[in-house]
Design a protein. Structure first.
Length: 261
């Protein structure tokens, strides 16, 4: 397990991310403590997804470093110098992080349970029966135990998203990244997904980074909110502070726009 009680679970250190000439993250510094539930808010294009994708090692930093626990995610030490991590290092470190995306990307040709057990068997080397038992527990937790043998395409969007959450948790990550997981769903299935996440937050110690426009949910679940704009953190604080009495005009304007929707 990377890190001790005291080291942050996640640390961004002067992280720069550019796409071509476009600087998306501009010397970004922040830390997330073990067990924190951090909500990232900010206008579209402010770099929230990029932050999660960097953590998931789906993108590479342009400059700066990312740490997960007491070991860098983005770099390895070679002859006394930090150098960008090779794929092998990324593959290993990626195991401590799980991600659920806006568009549930389940394997359509596999049953629900096979979707959940595939990676634990192939990547973690779990036995079939062990993986299956754990998957059934997780399906129970997300309220879909009766759907184990169905195909994802027969499920509603909200149900598929709950399977995606179970699949992420099946890898027993230390950090769970949630990127607008309810934005693509029919309104009537949103609450089922949010309630599952509330329950996970209540019953586990897992560290969560959450991008959401569901402010009520963010208030219920998170202990910190970071407001992003222009590749930087504009303001951060408790949900109570940020949602009811933000200091910055940019945050006020952003929240008004969301409420007005
Ligand atoms: N693969 C990419 N290539 C080029 N530009 C990208 C890529 N991914 C993201 N961007 C740009 O980076 C900026 C931040 O995007 P993103 O992290 O998705 O923001 P958010 O999730 O806050 O809406 C946007 O301007 C977006 O167009
Ligand atoms: Mg995004």
């Amino acid at each position: 397990m990377p890190g001790t009680e005291d080291t942050p679970m996640v640390r961004f250190e002067k992280v720069v991310k550019k796409f071509g000439d476009h600087t998306v993250l501009d010397h970004l510094d922040f830390t997330v403590k073990r067990g924190d539930r951090v909500t990232l808010i900010g206008p579209s294009g402010s770099g929230k997804t990029t932050i999660l994708r960097l953590l998931m090692t789906l993108e590479k930093v342009t400059d700066g470093m990312i740490w997960v626990g007491d070991e860098p995610l983005s770099h390895v030490r070679k002859r006394g110098k930090w150098v960008p991590a090779p794929e092998k290092h990324l593959r290993r470190r990626r195991l401590s992080i799980g991600m659920v995306f806006q568009h549930f990307n389940l394997f359509p040709n596999m049953s629900v349970i096979d979707n959940i057990t595939e990676a634990p068997i192939r990547v973690l080397g779990r036995s079939k029966s062990e993986a299956r038992e754990r998957a059934l527990d997780l399906l129970e937790m997300v309220g879909l135990a009766d759907k184990a043998d169905q195909h994802p395409t027969t499920l509603s969007g909200g149900q598929q998203q709950r399977v995606a959450i179970a699949r992420a948790l099946a890898m027993e990550p230390e950090v769970l990244l949630l990127d607008e997981v309810t934005s693509a769903l029919d309104p009537e299935t949103v609450d089922d997904v949010l309630n599952v996440l509330r329950e996970i937050a209540r019953t586990t110690e897992i560290t969560m980074l959450i991008v959401t426009h569901e402010m009520r949910f963010a208030r219920d679940v998170s202990n910190r909110v970071l407001m992003f704009d222009g590749g930087r953190i504009v303001e951060e604080g408790t949900p109570e502070k940020i949602f009811t009495n933000p200091d910055h005009e940019r945050t006020q304007r952003f929240l008004q726009a969301i409420v007005g929707k």
